[in-house]
Design a protein around this ligand. Structure first.
Ligand SMILES: [Zn+2]
Length: 88
């Protein structure tokens, strides 16, 4: 899943390990780093980046590398290896 933030131009590839839909809008990690660290950032509508394209088909055996953003079962996006990973 490729997301792009129009305001700052940041692009992020986010792996979807679930064979399911993903949010159309998520907070930009470039503008809202605090959101991904401790959920402390207050998200403004202009801080949301938009889903652009589905890059990969569903690949259940794919192992996301450290630092890659991943959609988790609770629907929350987390950075792989940030200490909150429940899959390893
Ligand atoms: Zn941004």
């Amino acid at each position: 899943m490729v997301y792009e933030h129009e305001k700052c131009g940041h692009e992020e590839i986010i792996y979807n390990p679930r064979d399911s839909v993903t949010p159309f809008l998520i907070p930009c990690p470039n503008c809202c780093e605090g959101y991904y660290k401790n959920r402390a950032c207050i998200i403004d509508a202009s801080d949301l980046m938009r889903h652009q394209i589905a890059l990969m088909n569903y690949q259940p055996d794919f192992k996301p590398p450290q630092g890659m953003f991943v959609f988790h079962d609770d629907g929350i996006v987390r950075r792989e290896g940030d200490g909150c990973d429940s899959t390893s």
